[in-house]
Every structure is written in C-alpha cells, then in structure tokens.
Design a protein around this ligand. Structure first.
Ligand code: SF4
Length: 146
C-alpha cells in the first residue's frame, strides 16, 4: 500500500519545538509499505523551531496571535498533491494541521476539544481515509497482507 504519514511520526524533527514524535510500533507495522512523509507546516514555509499554532473559530493562530490560516492552507494543498493517490494517511493527533479526533481549543492553555486539523479536513474532503497514530489496531488490520 501507499501510505501518507505525518513526518514527525516517521521520525523527522519537524515539530514546532524541533522534536519528532517517532512511533516505532507504527513504523514496524508499516515497514513493507511505501511511505510518503508530509508535514503541512514545513510545506507552508514555517521554520523549525516555530511558535505553536492552534485553531480558534475556524482560523489558525500562532501563539503570538498572528492569523496564519492562509499560509497553512497553502502547505496543506502542497501536501495533498503528494498523497493524492495514497490508500490512506496516518496523521499526528492533536495538531492544528494533522489532528484527527482532537485538537487544542485555541486558548494555548493545553485544553483539548473534539476537532480536526486543517490538513486532516482536506484529506477527508477528498475522500482519503485518515487515521491517527492512536488507531494502531485498525491500521494493523488494514495493512496486514496488503
Ligand atoms: S504539521 Fe503535522 S507532520 Fe508537521 S510537525 Fe505538525 S503534526 Fe507533525
């Protein structure tokens, strides 16, 4: 299978604080598949490290209060082109770009709410199946023997 994956889950140090979220268990499950690493925030031209981003009322703001919605949208569109023919994407939970089930509430206080990141929404609008790293058993089933 051809699978898009958040670059930070694959081990790239592209998060806002310069770290990764490498998920060894996930990568072991996916080892025989073709992985396409994507990071919408890097594709948008944000640096590493950078201010953290959160979504509030449908717009994306940096921790410094800047509206970066349009900038991030450009990055999500670039990433969509990269994964258009993928069988699924696996995205990093809680991110304003990649969050699948939960995101931060926009107050920069650590509070989580139900919601999706900008890139996640775009993938769903284009009928690309989206999973988070927390869907590990489902991912295992879907990719087994494929
Ligand atoms: S935008 Fe997505 S891939 Fe990039 S660091 Fe954030 S969660 Fe990871």
């Amino acid at each position: 299978m051809k699978i898009g994956i958040s670059a930070c889950l694959a081990g790239d140090k592209v998060r806002y604080d310069g770290t990764d979220k490498k998920n060894e268990e996930l990568l072991k499950i996916l080892k025989d598949h073709e992985l396409i690493k994507i990071c919408p925030e890097m594709a948008a031209g944000f640096p590493v490290p950078r201010e953290s981003l959160e979504i509030k009322d449908g717009k994306v703001y940096s921790s410094g209060g800047k509206d970066v919605t349009e900038k991030l949208k450009k990055g999500t569109l670039k990433c969509l082109e990269m994964i258009r023919d993928c069988d699924m994407v696996i995205l990093k939970e809680r991110s304003p770009s990649c969050g699948t089930y939960r995101i931060y509430d926009g107050s920069f206080s650590g509070k989580l709410i139900e919601g999706q990141g900008l890139f996640t929404r775009l993938c769903l609008e284009h009928n690309i199946p989206v999973y988070s790293e927390n869907d590990i058993e489902e991912i295992r089933r879907k990719t087994a023997g494929a």
